[in-house]
Design a protein around this ligand. Structure first.
Ligand SMILES: C[S@@+](CC[C@H](N)C(=O)[O-])C[C@H]1O[C@@H](n2cnc3c(N)ncnc32)[C@H](O)[C@@H]1O
Length: 313
């Protein structure tokens, strides 16, 4: 632990408390397992194993598994108000820096062996980006505006949809309420900015770490389109996507009510509000959308015409 930066006092305090809790659980385990009344004295090896299994873990922490990343992770730990750990088993979910990226993983869960990070250079993202006109989402959000239209992606998540829309020519304001998801997204955007072919797309994106429900009524510039993709259980055969969704769902503790999000977006009166839904899922509104574009597993519900024609960004 010598290499945890001095600046991380707040987090060290949390870590210290966790260690105290861990020690307490250890002695409790010793007392229970060496109880002479029950006469079941066990070896110290078994007790330590029991301690590892029984200690309650932190829900989420930042793992420093490489001294070289310690300085970079200190400020992140402070901004996310998360403890720093050096033992991956001390937390259920960990954020860590691997190579040049920030990633989220669930150590010790054989069902979730991979990790989650944002990569805009990946093949699938690239394929969508190179033919944006053919993408159903791009067709759904299309508006006739001469200059770059302004779109608010109110549920940015891992930023795939928002990034595609920026590549298709929109200026995109992304809102992401979960600070950990936002940190992964900011990291992906920063790496994309360093790639010549993606830099101009990143320049059209602004990420705001906040709840869109609070901020949509007070936007600086009136958007032409608001896009919503609230979390829903996606049936997919891709193990990769399933893993990603499970990790995201573990993080997604305080998503706002999707119907309230739609209501708030409609009140802003953009030209279009577009909502991603499961193909056969109910609409988020009590009344039907103006129209829907349907794909194989999802559809986009489009609410049109509530904005003024002369809106400008
Ligand atoms: C299904 S994911 C979006 C995926 C995204 N469209 C993509 O392409 O990666 C939904 C995200 O919306 C975020 N979210 C939900 N309600 C929100 C709100 N009111 N304001 C901001 N973000 C919100 C959740 O934290 C979650 O990360």
């Amino acid at each position: 632990m010598d290499w945890i930066p001095d600046t991380c006092l707040g987090n060290e305090k949390t870590l210290f408390l966790h260690k105290v809790q861990e020690r307490f659980a250890f002695f409790l385990a010793v007392m229970i397992q060496c109880d002479p009344v029950k006469g079941n004295r066990q070896t110290i090896h078994q007790v330590i194993r029991a301690r590892t299994l029984s200690v309650p873990t932190l829900p989420l922490a930042i793992l420093i598994d490489n001294p070289q990343t310690a300085n970079a992770l200190g400020p992140l730990a402070r901004s996310l108000n998360l403890p720093l750990i050096d033992n991956p088993r001390a937390a259920t979910l960990v954020l860590r820096r691997a190579a040049d990226r920030l990633e989220l993983c669930k150590p010790g869960d054989p069902g979730l062996p991979g990790s989650l990070w944002v990569d805009f250079s990946a093949t699938v993202a690239g394929r969508r980006r190179h033919q944006p006109g053919r993408d159903l989402l791009v067709q759904a959000v299309k508006v006739r505006v001469e200059v770059e239209p302004l779109l608010v992606d109110a549920t940015a998540g891992m930023g795939r949809d928002g990034f595609l829309l920026a590549a298709a020519g929109f200026r995109v304001v992304m809102f992401e309420a979960n600070p950990v998801v936002a940190a992964l997204l900011a990291d992906g955007l920063e790496r994309a900015r360093r790639l010549a072919e993606l830099a101009s797309t990143v320049d059209r994106i602004r990420l705001v770490v906040a709840d869109a429900v609070d901020h949509l009524p007070n936007l600086e510039n009136h958007p032409h389109v608001i896009y919503l993709d609230p979390m829903f259980p996606l049936r997919t055969k891709s193990a990769l996507v399933k893993q990603e969704l499970r990790l995201l769902q573990l993080l997604d503790r305080h998503s706002s009510d999707p119907a309230l999000l739609l209501q708030t977006a409609l009140a802003v009166q953009p030209r279009k509000v577009v909502v991603k839904r499961p193909l056969k899922g109910p609409a988020l509104s009590a009344w039907p959308p103006d129209y829907s574009l349907k794909g194989k597993a999802i559809r986009f519900d489009v609410y049109v015409g509530r904005g003024k024609k002369e809106q400008s960004a």
